[in-house]
Write a protein that binds this ligand. Structure first.
Ligand SMILES: Cc1ncc(C[n+]2csc(CCOP(=O)(O)OP(=O)(O)O)c2C)c(N)n1
Length: 913
C-alpha cells in the first residue's frame, strides 16, 4: 500500500548534512513548500478562499534562478519511503524539483505538518509524501467503481427524498458526497489494519446518507420514521428522537481484512460537538476491557496497544468545529494519561458555511481546523470535488494515526448545494456563493464523467447503477408502512449488557443487598492504605493511614473517604472496575481521598487498592485536565460501554458542573428516554454553604431536581424508574451503600450525589462498620433518634449537613419537642418511607422544610408538594411550611459576617416559627 508502518526514520547521514549546507537556499525553498504550500493549494471547490500568490513559494526568492540547473537532492528532498534507508545521490533540475514538490504540496491535497514539534513526525510526512507523488498512486477499477457507487447512491437518495418528502429537513449531503468514500476508505483501511471496532460520532449533515448508504440502516425503517412512525419500541417508555439523530451499528466486511469491523454510530443531541467526549469515553472503555484481557493473557504492558483494535472517528461541521468549546476540551484530552484513545481521526465536512454564517464570520483563523494545532495535530486539507484525492488523504491520515497513535484532522472542503436544510433559501444571505453553486455540476456526475472518459465504466453501467438504486428505494418506501420497529430495534441489552434488564422491567431489582461481610471490609480497608516496603509517603499522611486503621479496628468512626474506599474495594473484589475522574481526584479536592499515594523520594505513584487487594476489578484514578464538559462527557461515554464499570465524575466544587450542563441535559437526564441508553454514571458534586461565598457553595441541586421526571404522588407504576436519582446523603455508610447499589442493581441509572465538604471528617457524621454489613442498606429517609416521639410538636424535614448543626443546637437548647427528619434521597421522592416515619409524630403541630439554600434554590420546590401529599395522607389538615433563607440571586453571600448571621437565623428557624 501507500507506505510502510512501524519503521524508524534514520538520522541524516554526514553526506546529507554536508549537502544541506552546500545547497542551503534549495533547502529553504523546499521547506517553504512544505510549510506554506497549503496556502496556495487548490483545495477549495468554490475557490472562495481567494488565494494570493505566495511569495515564499517562488524559487527566485532564494536565489534559485535557473530551472535547468541540477542539484543534489540527497537529504533535502526525501525520495525514498519511510525506513528505506537514507537515499542515494540524486541529481534533479530545479524545474523537476519544483514540479515534483508542487504536485504534492500545492495540489488538491494540502498538508500542514511542519508545525509539529516532533522532528520524527515532520520527517515521517516528508518521506511519505515526497517518495510517492500523486502521479505514482493509481487506483484500481474496483476502487473507482466503489467510490462512484457511493457517490451515485448518495445523490440518488437525496433526490428521491426530495421528490417523495419535499417538506422534510433531511440535511442532505449534496455537494459533500465525498464524505461517503472518505469514510468507506477509512473503515476499509482500519479493518485491514486489524481494527475491530470503530466508534463514530457525527452531526446532522449527510447522516441519513451515511446510515443508508454505508451503515446498513434499513431504508424502510427510515421511511417509516419519516412518515411519523417510531424507530424504537415505545412500550419501554422511550419517546424517541428526530431523524437526524438516528443510529446504526453494523458489522462491515472489507476484502483483505482479517475480521469484520463493527461501526457504532452514536446517538447525539442537536448540540453540535457535544457527542465528541462521549465517543472518546466509549472508545477508551472498550480499549480498557481489551487491555485487561491482554494483561491477563500475560502480554507485557509495553506491548499492549488496545487502541490498535478500537478506533475513534469523529465528523464535524466547519462552523461547529471552530466554534464549540467542547472541541478544544476534547482535543485537550487526546494525549493525556487515562484519557488517550490512541488517536482520533477527525474529518471536518467543511462546506464553508454554518446555517447562514460564512467562513469569514465563523473563525478568526485561516481554517476552521486551526484548533487542531493546539495539540500539534497534522491537518490535511482536501478538495472534495476530487474523490480520489479524498481517498488518498484519508489513507495518509489513517497511516499517521496507526503509526503515531495520535489525533489527525482531515479538512474535507466541499460545498452545500441547498440551504442549511432543504426548506431554507440560501440566497437571502449568500447570493454570490449560491450563484456559483447553482452553476456547478454535482460531484457524482463529475466523477461519473471522469470514469466514463478513462474507460472505467460505460455510460449505460452508470445509468443502471443509479436506476437500480432508485428502484430499490421505491420498493423500500412501499414497505415502510408495515415496518415493525420493535422487531428491528437495536437492543442495548446485548453483549456486555446481557443479563441486565430495562429499569422499568418487572424484574428490575431496585434495592439489592449492598452490605458486605466484616472480614471483607477489613481486608479492603487495610489494603486501601498499605504501601510496599521502602515506599515513603508524606509524613503528614501517616495520620490519615493510622486513623483509618484505628477506625477499622474499632469498627467505629469510619469517615467518608474510608466508606468510599470500602465501597470501591468491595466492588473490585466482586469483579467491577471503578473509574473516578475529575480534577485532582486521586488525592481529593479536600485532601480526603488519598486513593493514590506518592513516594516522597521518587514521585512514584501507588494506588493501594490496585496494588494490595488482588482483585479482578481495577481502580482507575483519572486525574483530569481542567475541563468539566469534556470530562463528564467522557465518563458518560464510559458508562455507555461498560455496565461492569462504576464511572464517577467528581466536580471540584459542585457548582462547576454547569460548565457541563449540555451533557447533563442532553445525555445524563434524557438518553434513556430518547435512545434507550442506560447509564450508571455517578456525579459527585460537593455541596453546602460554609462561608465560601457565591461560588463553591451550591451544586444547584434545584436544577438537577428540575431535570428529573419524578412523580408527584406515590404512583406505584413508575416508582423507582425516574430518569436519574438525586441524593444528599449525610453518613459515610449511606454513601457506601449508594455506590454499591449503583453496580449491584440489574439495571443502570445515573446517580447525582450532593456530596460533602465539612462532613468528610466530622466525627459526628462517621459511621460504624455494622452499618455497612449485610442487612444494612441505603435508607432514603433517616428518622430522628429522639425516642420520645409523643413530645414532638415540630417536625423539621431537611437534607444534608445542616442536620449535624441542628442536633448540636438542640442539645445546647435542651429541647425535645423538635424532631429532625433527613430526606436523603430527593428523587425518586421517598413517599412511603417518609410516611412511615411521619406517622409516628401524631402529636406534632408543625411540619417544616428547612434548608440553608435560598428559598428559590435547594430542594424546596421539589419537595413542597410531595411532602404535602404524604402529610395529607396521614391527616387531612397537615401541611408543610418553609423555613430558611429568603430567595436570592446567588447561592450564598460573599461577606462572612453576613453569612454567619444568615446561617444562625436558619438554625434558629428550626426551633421557632
Ligand atoms: C451548540 C449548537 N448551537 C447551535 C445550533 C444550531 N445549528 C444547527 S446546525 C448549525 C450550523 C452548523 O454549521 P456547520 O457546523 O458548518 O455544519 P453544516 O450544517 O454546515 O454541515 C447551527 C448553528 C446547534 N445545533 N448546536
Amino acid at each position: 500500500m501507500y507506505f510502510l508502518t512501524g519503521l524508524r526514520i534514520s538520522p541524516a547521514s554526514p553526506a546529507q548534512l554536508q549537502n544541506r549546507t552546500v545547497n542551503a537556499p534549495l533547502l529553504r525553498y523546499i521547506d517553504a513548500l512544505r510549510t506554506h504550500g497549503h496556502r496556495a493549494a487548490r483545495i477549495d471547490p468554490l475557490d472562495l478562499l481567494q488565494r494570493e500568490e505566495v511569495a515564499a513559494l517562488n524559487p527566485r526568492r532564494y536565489g534559485l534562478l535557473d530551472d535547468e540547473q541540477k542539484y543534489d537532492v540527497n537529504g533535502i528532498v526525501w525520495t525514498s519511503p519511510v525506513g528505506a534507508g537514507s537515499g542515494t545521490k540524486d541529481e534533479w533540475t530545479l524545474g523537476e524539483i519544483t514540479q515534483h514538490l508542487r504536485s504534492i504540496y500545492v495540489g488538491r491535497i494540502a498538508y500542514e505538518y511542519m508545525h509539529s514539534p516532533s522532528k520524527t513526525e515532520r520527517l515521517w510526512f516528508s518521506h511519505l509524501l515526497e517518495s510517492q507523488p500523486p502521479s505514482n498512486v493509481k487506483m484500481s477499477k474496483d476502487q473507482k467503481t466503489r467510490i462512484y457507487s457511493l457517490l451515485a447512491q448518495s445523490e440518488t437518495f437525496d433526490q428521491f427524498l426530495q421528490l417523495k418528502f419535499p417538506n422534510l429537513k433531511r440535511y442532505g449531503l449534496e455537494g459533500g458526497e465525498s464524505m461517503l468514500p472518505a469514510l468507506d476508505v477509512l473503515f476499509a483501511a482500519a479493518a485491514r489494519a486489524g481494527v475491530e471496532d470503530i466508534i463514530l460520532a457525527m452531526p446532522h449533515r449527510g447522516r441519513l446518507n451515511l446510515l443508508t448508504d454505508l451503515l446498513k440502516f434499513p431504508h424502510a425503517a427510515l421511511f417509516h420514521k419519516i412518515k411519523g412512525g417510531a424507530d424504537i419500541p415505545e412500550h419501554l417508555g422511550a419517546s424517541g428522537d428526530v431523524i437526524s439523530h438516528l443510529v446504526a451499528s453494523p458489522r462491515l466486511q472489507y476484502e483483505g481484512a482479517p475480521n469484520s469491523v463493527k461501526v457504532s454510530l452514536l446517538p447525539n443531541p442537536s448540540h453540535l460537538e457535544a457527542v465528541n467526549p462521549i465517543a472518546l469515553g466509549k472508545t477508551r472503555a472498550k480499549q480498557f476491557a481489551l487491555l485487561k484481557d491482554l494483561l491477563q493473557a500475560g502480554t507485557p504492558l509495553n506491548q499492549c496497544f488496545p487502541g490498535d483494535k478500537v478506533l475513534s472517528v469523529q465528523l464535524h461541521g466547519d462552523a461547529s468545529f471552530t466554534g464549540q468549546g467542547v472541541v478544544m476540551e476534547s482535543l485537550g484530552l487526546s494525549n493525556l494519561p487515562h484519557f488517550t484513545v490512541g488517536g482520533t481521526v477527525h474529518i471536518v465536512v467543511n462546506n464553508g458555511i454554518g446555517y447562514t454564517t460564512p467562513a469569514s464570520g465563523a473563525h478568526s483563523g485561516l481554517y476552521s481546523s486551526d484548533i487542531g494545532k493546539m495539540i500539534n495535530a497534522p491537518i490535511l486539507h482536501v478538495n472534495g470535488d476530487h474523490p480520489e484525492d479524498v481517498a488518498r488523504a484519508i489513507e495518509v491520515a489513517f497511516k499517521y494515526r496507526t503509526h503515531f497513535r495520535k489525533d489527525i484532522i482531515v479538512d474535507l472542503l466541499v460545498y452545500r448545494r441547498w440551504g442549511h436544510n432543504e426548506l431554507d433559501e440560501p440566497s437571502f444571505t449568500q447570493p454570490l456563493m449560491y450563484e456559483k453553486i447553482r452553476s456547478r455540476r454535482s460531484v457524482p456526475s463529475l466523477y461519473e464523467e471522469q470514469l466514463i472518459s478513462d474507460g472505467t465504466m460505460s455510460h449505460e453501467e452508470a445509468a443502471t447503477m443509479r436506476s437500480s438504486y432508485k428502484a430499490k428505494l421505491a420498493s423500500e418506501l412501499s414497505a415502510a408502512d408495515s415496518y415493525d420497529p420493535v422487531s428491528h430495534a437495536v437492543s442495548m441489552l446485548q453483549e456486555q449488557w446481557k443479563g441486565l434488564v430495562w429499569p422499568a422491567d418487572d424484574n428490575a431489582v431496585r434495592d439489592p443487598e449492598t452490605g458486605v461481610d466484616r472480614e471483607v471490609l477489613l481486608r479492603v480497608g487495610r489494603a486501601s492504605v498499605s504501601v510496599s516496603e521502602g515506599f515513603e509517603i508524606h509524613p503528614r499522611l501517616q495520620r490519615h493511614v493510622s486513623s483509618r486503621l484505628r477506625a477499622l479496628d474499632k469498627g467505629e468512626g469510619l469517615d467518608w473517604a474510608t466508606a468510599e474506599a470500602l465501597a470501591f474495594g468491595s466492588l473490585m473484589l466482586e469483579g467491577y472496575d471503578i473509574r473516578i475522574s475529575g480534577q485532582d481526584v486521586g488525592r481529593g479536592t479536600f485532601s480526603q481521598r488519598h486513593a493514590m499515594l506518592v513516594d516522597q523520594n521518587t514521585e512514584d505513584v501507588i494506588v493501594p487498592l490496585n496494588a494490595g487487594l488482588d482483585s479482578t476489578g481495577r481502580l482507575e484514578l483519572a486525574n483530569s485536565s481542567l475541563s468539566e464538559m469534556a470530562v463528564l462527557g467522557y465518563e458518560y461515554g464510559v458508562s455507555w460501554e461498560r455496565p461492569d464499570i462504576l464511572p464517577i465524575w467528581e466536580a471540584q466544587f459542585g457548582d462547576f458542573f454547569n460548565g457541563a450542563q449540555v451533557i447533563i441535559d442532553t445525555f445524563v437526564s434524557s438518553a434513556e428516554t430518547k435512545w434507550l441508553k442506560q447509564s450508571g454514571i455517578v456525579l459527585l458534586l460537593p455541596h453546602g454553604l460554609d462561608g465560601a461565598g457565591p461560588e463553591h457553595s451550591s451544586s444547584r441541586i434545584e436544577r438537577m431536581l428540575q431535570l428529573t421526571n419524578d412523580r408527584y404522588g406515590p404512583d406505584e407504576t413508575t416508582a423507582g424508574n425516574v430518569n436519574m436519582h438525586i441524593v444528599y446523603p449525610t453518613t459515610p455508610a449511606q454513601y457506601f451503600h449508594l455506590l454499591r447499589r449503583q453496580m449491584l442493581r440489574n439495571f443502570r441509572k445515573p446517580l447525582v450525589v450532593a456530596s460533602p465538604k465539612g462532613l468528610l471528617r466530622l466525627p459526628a457524621a462517621a459511621s460504624s462498620m455494622t452499618s455497612m454489613e449485610p442487612g444494612a442498606r441505603f435508607e432514603p429517609v433517616l428518622g430522628d433518634s429522639l425516642t420520645d416521639k409523643a413530645s414532638v410538636q415540630r417536625v423539621v424535614m431537611l437534607s444534608g449537613k445542616l442536620y449535624y448543626d441542628l442536633v448540636k443546637e438542640r442539645q445546647q437548647r435542651q429541647v425535645n419537642s423538635v424532631a429532625f427528619i433527613r430526606i436523603e434521597e430527593l428523587c425518586p421522592f421517598p413517599f412511603e418511607s417518609l410516611r412511615l416515619i411521619l406517622e409516628q409524630y401524631s402529636n406534632a403541630k408543625e411540619f417544616v422544610w428547612l434548608q440553608e439554600e435560598p428559598q428559590n434554590q435547594g430542594a424546596w420546590t421539589h419537595v413542597a408538594s410531595r411532602i404535602d401529599v404524604v402529610l395529607q395522607s396521614i391527616k387531612d389538615d397537615w401541611r408543610v411550611s418553609y423555613a430558611g433563607r429568603r430567595m436570592d440571586s446567588v447561592p450564598a453571600p460573599g461577606i462572612s459576617q453576613v453569612y454567619r448571621l444568615q446561617q444562625q437565623r436558619v438554625i434558629d428557624s428550626a426551633f421557632v416559627s
